[in-house]
Design a binder for this molecule. Structure first.
Ligand SMILES: [Fe+2]
Length: 213
């Protein structure tokens, strides 16, 4: 008969996690040639005298930068790629959540836009339309890449983060890096902090539609 708690011996009962509620953006480092194609598209559109402002569709408070429509001129190859990645993400997310979707689900490209932000520009908390969204970075100034501050960082918001209640949900920071792509559910709230100083932070975003789920 044990005389202290430390003397009890139990068989292994570690178990495994069941991912019943998983909200996990997918992070992909785009291959170099894709980065270059996306960068070329972004730079061409930023210099296009016919470029169309997209501010009326977006939440961003962009005073010195620009928000530019990009769907019409986005190369078909990139639309196909982002749609394909979104479809893969949909199935991985549904599997991880133990919530199967129709294997014949259709994912289609919705819209895309470019956000060129400069000092002081920011994006308040918002969500997107459609079912899936993506964001990729083509230009990141040094102060935005610096992990020591929140300048120009993307932040996802889900839950309240209350560790004393073992609630580990809440806010998660993303440090923008050139060539990084994030895909996430369109309903997931996020925001972008302003930055100071020189340089342009340029991101490319898109929305996808998923049907017959
Ligand atoms: Fe957004």
């Amino acid at each position: 008969m044990p005389t202290s708690p430390a003397e009890y011996v139990f068989p292994d009962m570690e178990g495994s996690f069941r991912h019943m509620f998983l909200v996990a953006p997918l992070h992909i480092k785009l291959p170099f040639e894709i980065q270059e194609e996306l960068r070329a598209h972004v730079e061409t559109e930023c210099a296009n005298p016919e470029r169309q402002p997209y501010d009326h569709k977006l939440a961003g408070r962009i005073r010195s930068g620009e928000q530019i429509e990009s769907t019409k001129t986005l190369p078909e190859k990139l639309k196909v790629l982002f749609t394909h990645l979104g479809r893969q993400y949909l199935f991985r997310l549904s599997e991880a959540n133990e919530c199967p979707v129709n294997p014949e689900s259709l994912v289609s490209f919705g819209e895309s836009w470019i956000v060129k932000s400069r000092a002081g520009d920011y994006n308040p908390a918002h969500k997107h339309t459609g079912q899936l969204s993506g964001i990729a970075y083509t230009h990141v100034p040094p102060q935005v890449a610096d992990p020591a501050n929140m300048d120009g960082k993307l932040q996802f918001v889900f839950g309240q983060l209350k560790q004393e209640n073992i609630d580990f949900l809440g806010m998660r920071r993303v440090i923008p890096a050139v060539g990084d792509l994030y895909i996430f559910p369109a309903w997931l709230m996020h925001l972008v902090y302003p930055f100071e100083g020189e340089g342009e932070r340029i991101s490319f975003s898109f929305n996808l539609f998923a049907r017959n789920l």
